[in-house]
Design a protein around this ligand. Structure first.
Ligand code: ZN
Length: 101
């Protein structure tokens, strides 16, 4: 025979975790919504590491770059600079970075 008090406690625990789960999922959904809206508006929700400006994603030579709307800094994810210079062999970018004279 099962103890009705145990049953009740188990029920409450389940309800508690169910509610916590739901909250976590809703928070996650809210976050995703924000970043999706930012994407749709053509902006990333990332903050500039140098100032408090907002980084805006733009496409350059098929590579996504982040440009700060405040200080004008350009930020590249790892590998993106290599992608850019590879795509731009002999172009202005590799001349810019490779030029010594
Ligand atoms: Zn900045």
């Amino acid at each position: 025979m099962s103890n009705p008090m145990d049953e009740r406690r188990r029920g409450l625990e389940e309800e508690y975790f169910h509610r916590k789960n739901k909250e976590a999922i809703e928070k996650l959904r809210e976050k995703m919504k924000v970043s999706e809206e930012a994407k749709a508006a053509g902006t990333s929700s990332m903050k500039c590491p140098r100032c408090d400006g907002t980084l805006t994603e733009s496409k350059f030579e098929e590579v996504m770059i982040d440009t700060c709307d405040k200080c004008g800094g350009v930020w590249l994810d790892s590998g993106e600079l290599q992608q850019l210079t590879r795509k731009d062999q002999g172009g202005w970018l590799s001349r810019y970075w490779g030029a010594s004279d």
